[in-house]
Design a protein around this ligand. Sequence first.
Ligand code: NI
Length: 178
Amino acid sequence: MILDILKFPAPVLRVPARPVEAITGETAELMQNMLETMYAAPGIGLAAPQVGLSRRIIVLDLDHENPGPNAIKLANPVVREAEGEVVYEEGCLSVVDFTAEVTRAERVAVSGYDENGEEVDIEADGLLAVALQHEIDHLDGKLFIDRISRLKREIYVRKLKKSIRTGKEPQESRGVVI
Ligand code: NI
C-alpha cells in the first residue's frame, strides 16, 4: 500500500520518534508499505515520521534496477561507529524542490532490528552510509536542511513560500533523493 509522504514544514517531521517496543506483524506490514511508498516516490530511503508515524523505523534500497533483494528495513536503528567525511548533494522526499551539499561521516556501522525482530548489523560507506545517516536524522526530528548554512536554509524557505503562494509546480531536483 502506498502511503502519503508528508512534506516540510509538517510538525511530525520535527519530533523525535518513539522506539518500537515490540516488532509485530503490523511492524513488518508498515515496513513493506514504506518500501513500496519509497520505490513509487521514487527515493532511496524513507523514515516512518515521513508517513506521519512517529516511530523509529527506516527503510532503504539503493538498487532501484532490482528492487527488493537488497532492501534494508530497520527498527530502532543506531549509529554505532562513524568515521571519515564525505559530501553528497542531498534531497529528501519531504523537502520539495531543493537539494544541497551536506557533509556526513563516510563510513558507519549501524545496528537495529529487522522485520522478524532479529538484530542486524550493517557496515556501510559512500551513498548507503549517507542515506542511513539521513534516515536516522529523520527519527531525531532532523532534516538535511538543518545541516546546511542558515543562509541556504532561508533561501529555501523563501522559495517554498513563494511556490505555495503561486501554486507553481516544483522543479526537478538534481541531487540524490533520500
Ligand atoms: Ni529524507
